[in-house]
Design a protein around this ligand. Sequence first.
Ligand code: NAD
Length: 505
Amino acid sequence: MSDLQDNLSAVAPKLQRFQEQTLGHFIDGQASLGTGGETFTNESPIDQSPMGQVVAGSAADIDQACLAAQRAFSAWATMPGDQRREILHKVADAIVANARDIALIESYDTGQALRFMSKAAIRGADNFRFFADMAPSARDGDSLPANEHINYSMRQPIGPVGVITPWNTPFMLSTWKIAPALAAGCTVVHKPAEWSPCSAALLVEIMHEAGLPPGVMNTVNGLGETAGKALTEHPAIKAVAFVGESVTGSRIMRQGSQTLKRVHFELGGKNPVIVFDDADLDKALDAVVFMIYSLNGERCTSSSRLLIQESIRDQFLERLAERVKKLKVGHPLDPATEVGPLIHQRHFDKVCSYFDIAKQEGAKVMVGGEPRPLNGKGHFVAPTLFTEASSKMRIAQEEIFGPVLTAISFSTEAEALAMANDVDYGLAGYVWTSDTGRSLRMARDLEVGMVWVNSENNRHLPSPFGGMKASGIGRDGGDYSFEFYMETKNVCIATGSHTVPKLGV
Ligand code: NAD
């Protein structure tokens, strides 16, 4: 297995293009530097070194991309599904062929450990394969016979769509949106997060090299308040698929209201993992550690609140603390690294502010609670465990989005449920118990879009993915994705035997 030095040597030539040439957009099958001339600097979270200049897309750039997507729509939407399937499989093949480069660059750009980004790149290919295979049947509808009429329904792609993505696992998340949109027959304008633009550039280039027609997929870099806003307001865009913070979601809803955009939101979370005293505690411990400290805790479905039953609290927290202390924080390209640096100085400052908030609120910092720079640099923080917390504290209510876990104890099932539901968010919940009845009751009563029982976050692409409350609107996965990217049309045909009401006779 390659070590850090091998990985650094492998990534250096790949980074060169970003360092030497301004990263622009990809519109209508071509690279473009846009019209506004403004750029921003992309920095690596590892040591704050510049990774190159990126074009800050203007409203005019977004307009060009949306018009390209509009022009390409008719041919792509009417292309037979099996031809779309073939092209999307070629995209998946090309992602697999480039998976190592994608993972290395993603890791360098986001600070996410390579061990996870290698899998995320392959998962991006899986997303394309999965939705490619659904392309031929995407438009299928129902046959709904009535007494004197036959109704049948069909689905048609809604039109050009906007996809706006965050920085936490940008490559994988983008494919999770773009693949079903294209399989449905929509064309896409993608606005990647400004803090992690590199892998989106690789994706759109790979897609075109794999044979995607020009204009079907367009990428515009830029800031949320300008490029992102213009995309959500553009009249050619019929729907916006957004992944990001809840507060941005509500802004996008306002921005899109003038043009009556359909919106799909995957937003923040403050997900509970509830460990009962009858659980398989070894497995539960592994899952608790994995689901907050993997991906730097920058994961929407991370279980950032541990609700632990009082009878096992002390022994469980003791074992948990030992594991947290042993987590390997380091260079994200080091294969041994488990926790890398946080994406950006602003996010690092936000996460660190909770170390003080926890103390002010009267919680105990059992492990971590401080920055941990690597060679004096980078946005590294120590994996952190807060204990003796209560449900109303900010550390138990707000999404910190770092390797920071807040533990709260409970005595009864009812208390655990009430605490689990006592947040604005409702994305995911994790339950550890050997009592089948209790797992069924919790699964029913948790106010979340997804429940995992005796499991960490295990994904199944046909299953619905999404949140309740402030965590989102709509579901992705399998046919749920097509419900968003397609319109359902009903056709009603008379069999000829009914009488039409006569007026004015
Ligand atoms: P963010 O909301 O700040 O930004 C996300 C994207 O929205 C970026 O591309 C940004 O440029 C753009 N944006 C910002 N303002 C905009 C505006 N006014 N109009 C249009 N676009 C705008 O989120 P982030 O900080 O990049 O990502 C972290 C958040 O994403 C966390 O809250 C996390 O929970 C959430 N997330 C949710 C899921 C999920 O599936 N529920 C998955 C991953 C991340």
